[in-house]
Design a protein around this ligand. Structure first.
Ligand code: SF4
Length: 286
């Protein structure tokens, strides 16, 4: 059960700065461990998503007006911590012309400026395939840019109805070709077969040369979400870790409770990510 002084400190920091976290919104099972370690995944661009993925517990609907002060508050909250690595994600904002890319870029720049030495990992949507919007985020130079493929191609219509498998590969390819560290995640136990999963691991590695892969067990957040198709044993996760490493990923984290942001600081160290790869901007927006 979540608790303890360190957990409460993380909670207070988040509440005092009126931040949203995917840890809470997605009912993540790791919240006790992560928050007690002083890590959390901040969710920007509000807490209402324009998409309705079958696995995700974040609210779906029409988001209220965009909060233009959010980048400042995120940077302010993080400047009061001694974290070395932070993960920031967002809801999908298909209602905005740039998909929220400008807010993304300002958030990354402000965090770099407020927290020198902190590596910034961002987990974004696909910007509906708008590579110019993605480039705006890339130009802010996050140390890791993640985009989740989530599942095998056959399961996309049920799991990510508004996304496209090929489009996600295009996003990852663009990140890699732009010289940033690329990362993606897959869920298992949501209807895929073993042979499909292995083919997808190889496909992502071959097409996009993505650096980091995480694989974890799907958990049904409520009865209204997709059912759990199977429980994958730890030995199978170990096998897929080897499959991923042989396919060419530099770092693979694979296990039942692994999430994209779970132990992300350790993955960043393994991938030898440092702020030297992408320094802070020389000036900040007012
Ligand atoms: S795994 Fe990620 S989303 Fe879950 S509690 Fe940890 S930081 Fe939050």
């Amino acid at each position: 059960m979540p608790g303890g002084d360190a957990y409460l400190r993380t909670k207070e920091t988040i509440e005092a700065n009126q931040l949203h976290t995917v840890c809470q919104e997605a009912s993540c099972p790791n919240i006790g461990e992560c928050w007690a370690r002083g890590t959390a995944t901040i969710m920007i661009l509000g807490d209402v998503c324009t998409r309705s993925c079958g696995f995700c517990n974040v609210k779906t609907g029409r988001p209220p007006m965009t909060d233009l002060d959010e980048p400042r508050r995120v940077a302010n909250a993080l400047s009061g911590t001694d974290l070395q690595h932070i993960v920031i994600t967002s809801v999908d904002r298909d209602d905005l012309p740039d998909g929220g890319a400008a807010i993304w870029a300002e958030t990354i720049e402000r965090v770099h400026h407020a927290c020198p030495g902190m590596t910034v990992e961002v987990l974004t949507g696909d910007f509906q395939g708008d590579l110019d919007a993605l480039q705006l985020v890339m130009d802010a130079k996050p140390e890791i840019l993640a985009h989740n493929v989530e599942t095998v191609p056959r399961m996309h219509p049920a799991v990510r109805p508004q996304a496209r498998y090929e489009r996600s590969l295009q996003v990852l390819t663009h990140i890699h070709e732009g010289g940033l560290v690329a990362k993606t995640s897959l869920m298992v136990g949501i209807g895929e077969r073993d042979d499909e999963l292995e083919a997808t691991i190889h496909d992502i590695a071959d097409v996009s040369s993505t650096d980091i892969l995480t694989i974890g067990q799907y958990l049904q957040p409520t009865r209204n979400h997709l059912p759990i198709h199977r429980w994958v044993p730890p030995s199978t996760f170990d096998h897929w870790k080897q499959v991923g490493l042989h396919a060419g990923f530099r770092v693979v984290e694979s296990g039942p409770l692994v999430r994209s942001s779970y132990h992300a600081d350790a993955q960043a160290r393994l991938a030898e990510v440092s702020t030297g790869l992408a320094g802070p901007p020389t000036s900040m927006p007012n």
